[in-house]
Structures are given as C-alpha cells and as structure tokens.
Design a protein around this ligand. Structure first.
Ligand code: AQP
Length: 334
C-alpha cells in the first residue's frame, strides 16, 4: 500500500505585520515539517477581517506573508501555499458546519469571551464564528495534524467535535485532526510587558520585533527590552523579561538554556542583550533581503498562489461536495 504522508494545515492571518513571535513560534517550525508531511500553509485573510482592517493593509500583508513563507525556506514546490479567500470551499464548508454547531459550545470559547468582555455589544459576529471557519480550514484537507499554540487548543477541540458530530450524523466524512506539538518552538513574549505574548496587533511598537524591522530598529528594541534589577541571566519566573530573551536566543542559536546561563554568568545584561540583538539580526536579515526580492517579482508570487489555489481548490472541493451531498443538497447539474 502507498505510504501516504500525514497532512498538516496551518496559517497566519494578515491582521498586522508579522512579528518575531510568528516566525519563531510558527514559520521556523514549519520549515522543518515539509519533508515529512504533506503541508498546506495558508494566508488566512478571511480570519484577518474578523476585526476591521484597512483594505490596503490586508492586500500588502497578504503578499508579504506569502513572500515571508518562501523566504524563510518553505518550498512552494513541496508544499501547498495559498490564500484562503481564493478557495471558496472554506466559506461554504464553514456555513455547513455552522448549521451543525451549538450556541452553547461556541459561547464557551474563552478567546471569544475575553474579546466580548472588551468589545461589548458591538463585537463582530465574525469573532464569534471564526472557530468554525478554522474548523472548515482544517477539515477540508483531511488534515491529520494541526500545529497549535496553547491559545488554540480549545478551537482545535471544537474542530474535532464538529468533525465527529458530522461523521456521526451523516457518515464518516472527516479525518478527526490531532494537535501537533512541536519539539522545538516557543512562546515569545512582549519586550515591554513580558507577561503577555508578542502579538502583531500590539500597539506599542517597542513591545514587538517586526519581521521586517531594519537591523538598527531590532538593536534598539532589544536594548530597551524590559529586564530587572537582579543583574543575572537566569531562566526563572521572577525574571520574565530575561527569560524571554533567553528563549529567543536559544530558539535561534540552538544553544541550551543552561549553556546560555553559564556563558553570561557574572556579566550583567549589556553583552547578553547585544548578543540577542545580533542573533536576531543575523537570522532575519537574509530572510528580509529575500522577501524584498520576492515582492519585486509579483509575477512569480502570483504564479505561486495561483498554483496553490488550484491544488487547494481541487482537494477542498472534493470534501465540500461530499458534505453537500450527505446533507441533502442537490449537486449542480453538469
Ligand atoms: N508570541 C508568539 N510566540 C509564539 N508563537 C506565536 N504565534 C503568534 N504569536 C506568537 C504563532 O503564530 C501563528 C499566527 O497565527 P495567527 O496569525 O492566526 O494569529 P495569532 O496567534 O493571534 O497571532 P498574533 O501575532 O497574536 O496576531 P493578532 O495580534 O492579530 O491576534 C500561530 O501559529 C501562533 O501560535
């Protein structure tokens, strides 16, 4: 029997300029998956519009993210790289799943509850429904594994529940996806408030390093990163700022935490911060140069997302047709 590779689906939404967190927590790991798995890496633009965005920003970031995927080492020949809105099955499957989702389970989503508390009555309905769109993203491709951070575990559970419910109500249709926990990869925290994660929609520009920040900006942000008055490089909870910088250094260089702690023993923070900044610069600079090159070659990028959409449309339409048929929708006449 053919030894079929397991399917992985993941994506990033163009809701802000990508950060070092998106790179070290997601993209850098994806690069390692591409030989072993059949990977779909998507720019999930339909997720970005769950909050108001400037149309020009969505357009610019969507292409930039695609360029970043390729520049970071994701091979468009080996993987399916595409833009979510180019594949209408995502929206259609999302509606079919919505009709099988319960208000109760949706209302229990903690991410929505947090946002609803802040947004009140005027919170967008898209934010309430988006976990169902995420379920559709994943289920359409027969995805076996979904790389998820802790904040997404509950949404993946929902995708599993929706898949199992559909399989039970109609007949086996979906692969029930499992979370993929990366061996490496870390949660990168905000440089100004290391108790919260570095996020692309964060407003304080000094809190996050943008993937496309020039070297001098990276150096400045790292030198201003919040530390503490203890003056020791230790990976302990009492020093969240230092802990975060150690995580960044270790994720980039591959040095262990212990090696880093030993290397900077008795040295204070100055040299440590300089080294963290230089590690980031040397990791990101080649990627940035490649991104700029790719963004100057729109025809090439177009050819990538066109081919990606063709493949994704083919696979996802097969699943969508099955769903429609099982639900009782009459197939379109040929
Ligand atoms: N700080 C982080 N550390 C590690 N991984 C991170 N990711 C995001 N921030 C960090 C990972 O990047 C991917 C991006 O997913 P997304 O764009 O769908 O949404 P997100 O997780 O909500 O990303 P942001 O940057 O925080 O965006 P906003 O501010 O718009 O909500 C995921 O794989 C995520 O784990």
């Amino acid at each position: 029997m053919e030894n079929k590779k397991k399917v992985i689906f993941s994506g990033i939404k163009p809701s802000g300029d990508l950060t070092l967190g998106n790179y070290l927590g997601a993209i850098k790991n994806w690069v390692k998956l591409q030989d072993e798995y059949d990977c779909y890496f998507c720019v999930v633009d339909l997720h970005a519009i769950t909050v108001q965005q400037l149309p020009a920003d969505v357009r610019r970031r969507t292409l930039e993210i695609l360029a970043i995927y390729i520049a970071a080492g994701i091979d468009p020949e080996k993987n399916t790289l595409f833009i979510q809105s180019h594949v209408p099955a995502h929206s259609e499957a999302s509606w079919l799943l919505t009709c099988n989702a319960y208000m109760g389970e949706m209302s229990r989503m903690t991410q929505y509850k947090d946002k609803a508390q802040k947004g009140g009555e005027s919170i967008g309905a898209g934010l309430f429904n988006y976990p169902i769109l995420m379920a559709a993203d994943v289920l359409l491709y027969g995805t076996d594994l979904v790389p998820v951070g802790k904040d997404q575990v509950q949404h993946l559970e929902l995708a599993r529940d929706l898949a199992e419910r559909f399989n039970r109500l109609y007949s086996p249709t979906f692969v029930v996806p499992e979370p993929y926990v990366a061996k490496t990869g870390a949660k990168i925290m905000d440089l100004q408030d290391p108790t919260k994660k570095m996020a692309k929609s964060e407003e304080n520009p000094n809190g996050s390093i943008q993937l496309m920040d020039p070297p001098e900006v990276i150096r400045r942000k790292v030198s201003r990163a919040v530390t503490d008055s203890l003056g020791v490089v230790k990976f302990i909870d009492e020093q969240p700022g230092v802990k975060n910088l150690i995580t960044i250094l270790s994720t980039i260089t591959g040095e262990t935490i212990e090696e880093i702690e030993n290397k900077y023993e008795g040295m204070g923070y100055a040299q440590f911060k300089t080294d963290v900044a230089e590690a980031i610069v040397s990791e990101l600079e080649p990627i940035q140069n490649k991104v700029k090159e790719l963004l100057n070659n729109k025809t090439y990028l177009e050819s990538i997302y066109k081919a990606g959409a063709e493949k994704a449309n083919y696979v996802s339409m097969k699943t969508l047709r099955k769903m429609q048929k099982k639900i009782g929708l009459i197939p379109v006449a040929k």
